[in-house]
Write a protein that binds this ligand. Sequence first.
Ligand code: AHR
Length: 509
Amino acid sequence: MEGNHTLSVFARACLVVILLTIGVSVVGAQSGGEGESGALRNPLNARGGADPWLTYYDGYYYLATTTWASEWQMRRSPTLAGLKTAEPQRIYFETEPSRCCNFWAPEFHLLDGPDGPRWYFYYTAGNPTGNYDNQRSYVLESAGTDPLGPYTFKGRLMEPGRADWMIDGSVMMLNGQLYYLYSAFGPRQSVYIAPMSNPWTLSAPGVLITEPEYGWESFGSFVNEGPVALQRDDRTFLIFSASSCATGEYKLGMLTYLGGDPLAPASWEKHPEPVFSPSPENGVYGPGHNGFFRSPDGTEDWIVYHAVDFPEGACDGRRTTRVQRVNWHADGTPDFGVPVATDEVIPAPSGDTGSDPLRASSDPLPEVSAPPVSRFRSYSSERAYLRHAGFTIRADFNIALLADSQFIMQPGLADPEAVSIESVNFPGFYLRHQNNALILAADDGSAGYAAEATWWIRPGAADSEWISFEAYNRPGYYIGRQFGVTALVAITDSTPEVARADATFLEVR
Ligand code: AHR
């Protein structure tokens, strides 16, 4: 079994490389094909599609999603369907620790800056504490009018005199005044509005305009977040996400602007029912944290949102990006309908003549199967599994969030014949050693990172039917335990059985 097992992992890694190579060439061949009208199916990505922001500008669609890392990437395509295969381009990477981590909720808006129109890229970020207590709102500014940048850091958005937790920032122009919409805590996590004196400065404290009060806003916890404006024919609506993002009951609510001072809560009327909810019949759960964009010819409104395919929901990298058209009721209010199923082929936006590069003519849409998910059980204790916690790696029992112990064996970043171990719920984060410590860290694209995040699968040090992970760039050093913590340890012929057992794992699917 060990031989087969080792070979199967090795073969899988090589097979993935081969398939990826073939896949890219086939897609490359098809992407220039005629294809049909640009009809497409959701989702636009297989993982890592949370909190999407999508816009159409000057002949291209642009898409960014939460990375939960210290960088921003953007995809660009002349067609909506083409975003599925567009190469992600890194547009920003943070090196300042105080605002380094947990990048969430990107939005980029073309606004008038001191030197003319510029893209202002709003986002949420934290710091290296490994928790989310320090999430704050920040903004980048583009050098010109290209959404791909380059961008420079412009500043932190905060209320005068407050330095509190503030996430999911968005901007809205109303009655000639720019406003900042965001989620922060009053008694509950609520949505606030504040005036802006320029695209990077709040000119007065925020005012709470919706807090979670109905049952549909309290699944998992009381939450209102992800505010975004939808404006049409002099009407303004504020759409927000409600309930915990970690549940399948995450959904959208709506405020209608009644006129008057937007900073007066009485100027906003809350719809008592959600306006966009999970659809078990369509297999769509936790639809939320949305944005809006217009079709290329400007005649249609579209919604971009994230969701999952399983009822329990998730607030991690398993959320994927979905799009569908917004219709309008006769009374001028938006009709979001129901989240479409992923096997439903939807027509492309008006004026989009592209084709879905993953779909040639009548070929059935390929099943983009998610890569296999692995867990690694410790030989030392059959109930302990490798997991990440606070971005450190350890062997643990009773793991509250299963996804923290789930990994995907990818082709080695330093050598595709080896493997790299990617987190399921933190895509782009791999298991790496650093000064003999084992941590989960974002791939920074460097050769040094790749070398320390690449592992050889070897026969188990305690039992050759199991496996051990030898460091690619530290021969003889393995994932094990030292002084009671998971660490990179030397395994030699004289290593005692206990230490061998701590360096031996069983891959469980
Ligand atoms: O997806 C990360 C964060 O989780 C989003 O910014 C927020 O809307 C949700 O709470």
